[in-house]
Structures are given as C-alpha cells and as structure tokens.
Design a protein around this ligand. Structure first.
Ligand code: PHE
Length: 368
C-alpha cells in the first residue's frame, strides 16, 4: 500500500486506475461473501459426516472463510469496517448452522439410523442385572425343583389363622406380640405375614398329600433396621408331606441342598431347636465355606454358619389343615434369603440389598 500511496502523489491518473481496480476487487469480494452466506443458510445435511465436511470447507484452516480473510487484507481501509462486520457475521452464521444441524441429527437418532449414517457413535444399551436376592431365590428354587418340589404362593397380607393359629402358636405366644407383627389398625385379625409358613398352611388346605412345595416370599417383622436385620426380608419355606416321611429324609434333602448351593465339600449339622409347628425341630448349620470349617471371623471361630430352621410337621398342624396325621407325616424348613445371600457373597451389611445402588447390585449376575 505504501508503494501505491507513493504513486498517487505522482500521478492522479494512476491513482484513479488503482482505485478502479480496488473497487472491482471489493465488489468481487462482496459477491463472494453474499454467495457464501446464501450457501450457509441453505445448507442441509443428513449425516454427521456431511456436516463435518461442510464445517471444514467453510471454517477450516484452508477453508473459504480464510480465503475471504486473505482477500479482505487488500480492501481499502474505509471499506474494511462494513466488510469486516459481514465476514464476522458469516463466521457466526456458519458456526450456528453447524451446531443446529448437529443438534437436529442427535435428537433424531432413528432417522439417522435409517439413513445409514455409519459414522454416528453407537448407541449404548444399559444392560440391567438381576437383583442378588432374586438370583439366590431362583437358585434355591431350582435346586429344590430338581428334587420334585413345585413353587407355591400366598398373600403377604394374611390373617391370624394362617400365620399363627393353624401353625400351633398358643394364644399368648410371644411371636403374636405387637412388637414383632405388623397388624392392620382396627383389624387385629389382619396382619402382614411374619414368615412364609403361612403358605404351607394354605397349601395343605387345598392340596392332598403327597405334597412337595417350595414357597418363596416377602415377610414383615417389626424389627429395628440394622446390618443384620430388616423389617422386610425374604424367606423360602419348604414342605414335604407323604406317607412315611422321616427325619432322615429331611436331613438328606437338606444336605443335598447345602452341597448344591455352597459346594460339594459342604457338610451340615443339626442342633435341637423349637418351633410351635414342628416336632422335633432343628436348626441347620453348614460348614463355613470361607475357612473350610477351621474357624474365621465370618463363622466367629466356630467353623459353622446357621442357615435354616426345620422340623417334622407337628401332627396338630396336619390336623388343623385337614390332613390325617395317623396316615401322613412330613417335614418343613424355612430360610432367610438375605442371610443365605450374605453368606454366599460375603456381604456384611444386609441393608445394601435394599439401597438400590447399581454399583452394588451389578456385581452378582456372573457369580450365580
Ligand atoms: N418359619 C420359621 C421362621 O420364620 C422357619 C421354619 C420354617 C422353621 C419351617 C421350621 C420349619 O423362623
């Protein structure tokens, strides 16, 4: 430009000539700007790749906008202000158009997929996992179904007869206490079942022996929530009634279950216990699968872990449900699913099963 200014001072003719050339260049640049503006406004794309090509072609380092900026340098200073604004406007428009098209494409994934855009990132599916309590419940039910048990069901809201009276609970038995049982206000006969043994009563009422059922379900007890107890938990009840069913049959069935569930090396032991609805009654322990019976902090040094209660169905219970106790005998057992799951997975706090933290819940599918 210095050279041109120098020439101006010598020859007004050259000066007019130079101005004319510059004018022509400016007009060409304005045309270019308008043309580009039109193309930006009309640009449409159906794929991310098309949008990216467009962005590079216009805004990229070697793009059209850069060419325009190069030419802009030669524009006379008095025209620079207006043209500069226009060029800036183009840049903004192009960026806006790219963003708008990208957004439209993202919010129409189906349309994009059907147009066959292979450059789009794959849509990830979040796969859920089965709840550890369901996994353990299913596994226990599977094991007993291999022994010929079928699944029986019953209501969570029960009456006194099915939860207590038919199961030989004396009228003043502490389990009926308000501390333990959730009663429905104003209806002392209606309550939330405290154990799944109510399902064994319902089964015996409707089915004649031989009976072989496994009854999974939710139970409710008015207990303070802690690492080892909850007011809602899951139990699985088993009931087997036929002619000449013996304690030895029960022991063998429970040993089979323990080996299937905890591993072939597992042993069981039985300790005398008391339940109103079974006589004799026992608690079953399995050899600790963590220390192999040597004693560790999970089994509190004993080498054994308590897993269930069981016993021979009391004749009173059979009779209460209309089954001839002189002809039939049977056994029942019941276990807490949370407890079994804690032992299986080494979980120390039962509350984790109820918190719905996906990081916790997602760990078990592959284990069972
Ligand atoms: N119902 C008993 C409980 O809740 C468990 C049990 C079931 C015991 C069947 C013996 C027989 O603790």
């Amino acid at each position: 430009m210095r050279k041109i200014a120098f020439l101006y001072s010598y020859s007004p003719i050259i000066a007019i000539f130079v101005v004319k050339i510059q004018r022509k260049q400016t007009m060409a640049l304005i045309d270019k700007i308008n043309d580009l503006l039109g193309r930006i406004e009309n640009f449409n794309a159906t794929s991310a790749a098309e949008i990216e090509d467009f962005r590079v072609k216009i805004l990229g380092r070697k793009g059209e906008l850069n060419d325009i900026l190069e030419e802009f340098k030669t524009v006379p200073s008095e025209e620079k202000r207006v043209l500069g604004q226009q060029i800036n406007a183009i840049k903004t428009k192009a960026n806006e158009r790219v963003a708008a098209l990208k957004e439209a494409l993202d919010s129409a994934p189906v349309a994009a997929a059907s147009s066959g855009d292979l450059s789009r990132p794959a849509m990830t599916e979040n796969l859920g996992s089965r709840h550890p309590i369901s996994l353990v419940r299913n596994e226990i039910c599977d094991i007993f179904s291999r022994l010929g048990y079928t699944i029986a069901d019953g209501p969570e809201i029960e009456d006194d007869w099915h939860v207590f009276s038919a199961l030989n609970f004396a009228p003043e038995h502490p389990a009926r206490d308000m501390q333990d049982t959730f009663f429905i206000e104003k209806h002392p006969d209606v309550l939330l079942r405290t154990h799944t043994s109510s399902i064994q009563v319902r089964t015996m009422e409707h089915q004649k022996p031989p009976i072989r059922v496994i009854c999974p379900g939710r139970v409710f007890r008015n207990e303070a929530i802690s690492a080892r107890a909850h007011c809602i938990f899951h139990q699985i009840e088993g009931l087997y009634i036929d002619e000449k069913v013996s304690f030895a049959d029960m022991k063998q069935s429970l040993l089979y279950f323990a080996k299937e569930f905890f591993g072939e090396q597992t042993q069981i032991r039985m300790r005398p216990s008391y339940f109103p609805f079974t006589e004799p009654s026992a608690e079953v322990d399995v050899s600790c699968n963590l220390c192999g019976g040597k004693g560790c902090n999970v089994c509190k040094g004993t080498g054994w872990l308590e897993i269930l209660g069981c016993g021979m169905v009391d004749p009173n219970v059979l009779e209460a449900s209309g089954i001839d106790s002189t002809k039939y005998s049977g056994f029942a057992f019941g276990m807490g699913v949370e407890r079994i799951a804690m032992l299986k997975f080494g979980v120390k706090d039962l509350r984790l099963y109820f918190e719905n933290d996906l990081r916790f819940l997602g760990q078990f599918d592959s284990v069972l």
